[in-house]
Design a protein around this ligand. Structure first.
Ligand code: PLP
Length: 344
């Protein structure tokens, strides 16, 4: 076997959902957009349904198809991007609930799918999606008469608990929803961890379920095993890989493993990460190339058939830090070439 193996622990995923749910006294949904943060929306949604999740969020109506097929009728599947032109048949056939983001979307929805459930997304300051405060003032009474099932907004800086933006958006959201009896939702993973002021009626974590920051108590959901293709011995002064980026300072043993930036191990990861032989870290040396990574295994007594890149000792956030990005990007980049298997 020369392809790397991604193992997705659905029990850990379910445990992370339960642990986050236990931090609130309100309902906890699950965000499964971008194919379940790259791990498989169908398998993730099924496992989370078994754990007790009854509400799911995706980014686009098309993503709702796999989730509806996985969870069956009953659970609420909502769409952050709202009701886009051409979405009506999908929203109806798969019973998806669009989060209406604008007056245009509201008009489209009422005209094309009257009596079909919808929610409303408000912009409380992030300036990305949602109805802005001034628009909302004009639209509010008309919108509420159409009986939305949820009113939500999204925090821009919730991964930084001390950021003043959190308080500011909280206040704006409260002002925009004063005297409204529709269920409310403001918190994703970061907001859930900010505490009960941010929970309202529904929390909607995503990344924390999949083992990523800012939920640092998360169980590891992904492990990635890379087969060792070749091992060679180097003399002092020999170099490894493109641009001679690494040079042996001692007699060294280098293993070449099968995975590279085409598999989502982005080239910017560079140095500063390890792969693991059981619990023994072995430094990655030289440049990450398209299909291959080189590893200094000099200190191992025997080189195993495969080395582990992601596990409880090295998470997507560790790789993200080395690449100057965020765990979300590493997760959603994990490549289609991996052989995938699911535990649980
Ligand atoms: C992605 C997203 C979430 C989930 O965010 P996490 O940080 O992954 O928990 C929740 N709400 C909205 C609107 C989102 O776009």
């Amino acid at each position: 076997m020369s392809t790397a193996h991604l193992t997705i622990d659905l029990n850990a995923l379910a445990d992370n959902w339960r642990a986050l749910d236990a931090k609130t006294s309100v309902e906890t949904a699950a965000v499964v957009k971008a194919d379940g943060y790259g791990l498989g929306a169908d398998r993730a949604a099924k496992a989370l349904t078994r754990a007790g999740a009854r509400k799911f969020f995706v980014a686009a109506a098309e993503e709702g198809i796999a989730v509806r097929d996985a969870v069956g009728p009953g659970p609420v599947v909502s769409v952050f991007s709202g009701h886009m032109e051409g979405d009506a048949a999908l929203l109806r056939d798969y019973d998806l609930t669009p989060m209406i983001n604008s007056v245009d979307q509201m008009l489209r929805h009422v005209e094309q799918l009257p009596h079909h459930s919808f929610g409303i997304q408000l912009d409380s300051g992030m300036n990305r999606l949602g109805i802005e405060p001034a628009e909302w003032t004009a639209l509010r009474d008309i919108a509420l008469r159409q009986m939305p099932t949820l009113i939500m907004s999204h925090l821009a800086c919730a991964d930084d608990p001390d950021h003043p933006m959190n308080q500011q958006q909280l206040q704006t959201f409260k002002d925009m929803t004063a005297d409204i009896s529709v269920p409310l939702s403001l918190a994703a993973t970061g907001g859930l961890l900010l505490g009960p002021d941010y929970h309202f009626d529904l929390c909607r974590p995503g990344v924390g379920l999949y083992g990523g920051e800012p939920y640092d108590e998360a169980k590891a959901v992904v492990t990635l095993d890379l087969p060792v293709i070749q091992v060679r011995d180097l003399e002092v002064g020999e170099t490894v890989g493109y641009s001679n980026m690494w040079q042996a300072k001692r007699p060294s043993r280098i293993a070449t493993v099968a995975a590279g930036y085409a598999d989502g191990l982005i080239r910017a990861i560079g140095s500063g990460i390890e792969v693991y032989a059981d619990d023994t870290p072995c430094p990655v040396v030289g440049r990450v190339s398209m299909d291959l990574i080189t590893v200094d295994v000099t200190d191992l007594d025997t080189v195993p058939n495969s080395l582990q890149m992601l596990n409880r000792l090295q998470t997507v956030d560790d790789l993200a830090e080395a690449a100057d990005t965020i765990g979300y990007e590493i997760l959603t980049s994990l490549g289609g070439r991996y052989k995938r298997s699911y535990l649980g």
